[in-house]
Design a protein. Structure first.
Length: 101
């Protein structure tokens, strides 16, 4: 199963393509002010470097925080467009921070 994973909820935007449990490519951008400009080029680069395309993807995963609401919306809107256009299944991932208790 090939998975495209996106996360823009924090300072670091990331795009990852996995096949089963193997990471084929992982790209990161640490400029939190440009996620909306960099996400699609990062996805394109990931596909070019792996020789894959969106139709090869079996599942889309999207991080939903915690983090910036605006940042989170960038990945979710992108994922939603892919899900709707390609009829892909999708999951969301929520990271939990320890309360320290």
């Amino acid at each position: 199963m090939k998975i495209l994973a996106l996360d823009t909820s924090s300072k670091n935007a990331s795009v990852c393509i996995l096949e089963d449990e193997t990471i084929l490519i992982e790209l990161n951008n640490e400029d939190e002010k440009t996620h909306s400009q960099k996400l699609m080029p990062m996805i394109d680069t990931a596909f070019q470097k792996t020789g894959l395309c969106l139709s090869d993807i079996d599942l889309l995963a999207c991080g939903v925080g915690p983090g910036s609401f605006t940042g989170t919306r960038i990945a979710i809107a992108t994922a939603k467009a892919f899900v709707d256009s390609m009829h892909l299944p999708a999951v969301r991932s929520l990271l939990f921070r320890s309360s320290g208790l």
